[in-house]
Design a protein around this ligand. Structure first.
Ligand code: FMN
Length: 267
C-alpha cells in the first residue's frame, strides 16, 4: 500500500505549513493515505516511523545558521529509510538556505531513502515579525501544491542523484557579526519573561528542547536554541530576548534581507 508520510521539525509552524501542503496534494494526486510524524518536541524524537518501500516521505526542517539545525543531527543519524522515497524540504527566513538543503538530502540518502525532489521555501524569520512577514503566503502555498503535482511524475522513476545547489563540503555555521566585523556568539542568549506572564504554561509545552519547566516558566533548565516558539506562541507576548547582539543582528537582517526571495525547486 502506498503511503505519504510527513516527517518534520517546526517550532514556529512555517515548515509544517509547507510540508502539509506538499503532502496533502501528493496524497490526493496518488490517491493514497497520509500519516504524520512531527518531531518538534522531545517526545517526537524518541522513535522513528517504520518507513518502507513504497512510502513517499515529505521531510522538512527549518534552516538554522545555513544548515540543518545541529540539535537534530543525533536524532536524524538514527533514521532508516528502508528504500522509501523522500522529498527534502527546508524553510528559511529570507536570508539564505546556504547548504541546508544539500545537507538534508545527504542525511536522507545516507539513511537509505531515495530522494526524488527537494525544495527551499521561505518562512517568517524565527527572530522577527518583519522579516518574511506572514510567509509562507498564498503564492508560496500555490507553489508548494504545484511542486507536489510535478513530483508525482517522478514517483515511479528510477532513483537518481538529485542535483541541489550548494557546497558539498558544507559552509561553516553562519555567524552574526558585531559593528567591528567580529563574529558574535548568540548561543548563550536566553529568553526573558515579563511580569505580565499569565503562567498558562504554553511556552513550556512548545519548547522543542524541553528547557522550560512547567512549575516555573521563568527559568530555563537546559539549552535555548532561539527557535522563537515560546515567544511567538505566547498569548500575552510575555517572552522576549533583550541581548544587544541578538537584537542588533535581528535589526540588521530585517534591513539587509528585505527583498522578497522566492522558493526554489529541484527535480
Ligand atoms: C537559530 C536560528 C538560525 C536561523 N538561521 C537562518 C539562516 O541561516 N538563514 C535564514 O534565512 N533563516 C534562518 N533562520 C530562520 C528560520 O529558518 C525560518 O524562520 C524558518 O521559517 C523557521 O521555521 P519554523 O517556523 O518551522 O520554526 C534561523 C532561525 C533560527 C531560530
Amino acid at each position: 500500500m502506498k503511503r505519504v508520510i510527513t516527517f518534520y521539525f517546526s517550532p514556529t509552524g512555517t515548515t509544517e505549513k509547507i510540508v502539509m501542503e506538499i503532502a496533502n496534494n501528493l496524497a490526493e494526486k496518488e490517491s493514497c493515505c497520509i500519516l504524520h510524524h512531527d518531531f518538534t518536541l522531545p517526545n517526537g524524537r524518541t522513535e522513528y516511523p517504520d518507513f518502507m518501500e513504497g512510502d513517499i516521505v515529505v521531510a522538512g526542517v527549518p534552516v538554522y545558521a545555513g544548515r540543518v539545525p545541529n540539535v537534530l543531527l543525533k536524532y536524524l543519524s538514527g533514521l532508516k529509510g528502508n528504500g522509501a522515497r523522500a522529498v527534502a524540504v527546508v524553510l528559511y527566513g529570507n536570508r539564505d538556505y546556504d547548504d541546508a538543503l544539500l545537507e538534508l538530502r545527504d542525511i536522507l540518502n545516507n539513511a537509505g531513502f531515495s530522494v526524488i525532489g527537494a525544495a527551499a521555501f521561505i518562512g517568517e524569520h524565527s527572530f522577527s515579525y518583519k522579516l518574511a512577514k506572514n510567509r509562507p503566503d498564498m503564492t508560496d502555498l500555490e507553489m508548494a501544491a504545484d511542486f507536489a503535482n510535478r513530483l508525482s511524475l517522478y514517483v515511479e522513476s528510477a532513483p537518481k542523484d538529485l542535483y541541489i545547489s550548494g557546497n558539498p563540503d558544507y559552509k561553516e555555521y553562519y555567524k552574526p557579526m558585531d559593528e567591528e566585523g567580529n563574529t558574535v556568539d548568540i548561543r548563550k542568549v536566553t529568553p526573558k519573561t515579563k511580569d505580565t506572564c499569565i503562567d498558562c504554561k504554553i511556552c513550556a509545552r512548545v519548547c522543542p528542547v524541553g528547557s522550560i519547566p512547567e512549575d516555573n516558566v521563568k527559568i530555563l533548565t537546559g539549552i535555548c536554541i532561539k527557535c522563537g516558539a515560546c515567544i511567538k506562541k505566547c498569548p500575552v507576548q510575555a517572552k522576549y530576548f533583550d541581548d544587544k547582539d541578538y537584537l542588533r543582528h535581528k535589526l540588521e537582517m530585517e534591513e539587509e534581507f528585505k527583498e522578497r526571495r522566492e522558493p526554489e525547486i529541484f527535480l
